[in-house]
Ligand binder design. Structure first.
Ligand SMILES: NC(=O)c1ccc[n+]([C@@H]2O[C@H](COP(=O)([O-])OP(=O)(O)OC[C@H]3O[C@@H](n4cnc5c(N)ncnc54)[C@H](OP(=O)(O)O)[C@@H]3O)[C@@H](O)[C@H]2O)c1
Length: 242
């Protein structure tokens, strides 16, 4: 019988991909992964290929994403994220504005809502980790959707933790900033136009000066948080602090 259920979004590349590769090494783990590109990762990995900007598609797939059952651990990791179109207000595509909030805020909310509903009465270790960003607390030009959506994700996580305590759901919540990680998202940032993004040189230097963390090291820290949740009291966490 499967002991641990992990539901992870954004598993086709970057941090999510590195995380899944580590999780499937343990045969007690069953991993359900979500991204648009289909990927495989062994017998204990099941992929659900959907576009998280399409909320109806996500709602339809919920029974497959969140199988009911008795587990020792059930873990939801909202990792999928989009940096959005990198340009100032006035130049943004309105549909891109809708999409970034759907991917970075609405989809995690829908998954958290389903997670509470499905597992609140299950006697297991229950943890939700939302992958946030330092951008939640900064005003970065060209990133209005990204900064706003990660700030919303932090607040949503803080409220969910309060509700869990109030109603006795036994779910721990974290919003985790992963630091600056060498993934396709950073490549997208370096490919922005200098006219639309004043910090482009700084982000190019992070790469050329080898200041980026690897997805593997960051995934290890994420697993450390999950396996030692009792040692982490605050909801808002930053891997650079542990
Ligand atoms: N990299 C960094 O330096 C950094 C810094 C701070 C925070 N973060 C956060 O860390 C998380 C992981 O980032 P990353 O750098 O690994 O990003 P990434 O390399 O761009 O990978 C993003 C993942 O999310 C999936 N995804 C994106 N849009 C999707 C959609 N519409 N529907 C379904 N899946 C979608 C992608 O899969 P498909 O394209 O196949 O759909 C991919 O698997 C994100 O939440 C990001 O905001 C990253």
């Amino acid at each position: 019988m499967t002991k641990n259920l992990y539901i992870v979004t954004g598993t086709s590349k970057g941090l999510g991909r590195a995380l899944v590769e580590m999780l499937v090494e343990n045969p007690d783990n069953q991993v359900v992964g979500i991204s648009r590109s289909a990927v495989s990762s062994g017998d204990n990995y099941q992929h659900v290929a959907i576009d998280l900007s399409n909320i109806q598609e996500l709602v339809y797939a919920l029974p497959e994403i969140m199988p009911k059952g008795n587990y020792d651990k059930v873990i939801l990791i909202n990792n999928a994220g989009w940096i959005g179109e990198i340009c100032p207000m006035g130049k943004l595509d309105p549909l891109g504005i809708e999409a970034i909030h759907a991917i970075n805020v609405v989809a995690p909310a829908v998954l958290m809502n389903a997670f509470v509903n499905t597992f609140k009465d299950v006697n297991a270790t229950k943890i939700v980790v939302n992958i946030s960003s330092g951008a939640a607390r900064k005003a970065v030009d060209g990133w209005s959707g990204y900064c706003a959506s990660k700030a919303a994700l932090n607040q949503m996580t803080l409220v969910a933790e309060e509700e869990s305590k109030l109603h006795g759901y036994g779910i721990r919540y974290f919003a985790l900033s992963p630091g600056i990680v060498d993934t396709p998202m950073q490549e997208n940032i370096r490919n922005a136009s200098a006219e639309d993004f004043s910090q482009i040189k700084k982000f190019k230097a992070f790469k050329s000066e080898n200041q980026l963390s690897t997805p593997e090291d960051t995934a290890k820290k994420l697993i450390l948080l999950i396996e030692n949740e009792n040692k982490f009291q605050e909801v808002l966490q930053d891997v650079r602090e542990f």
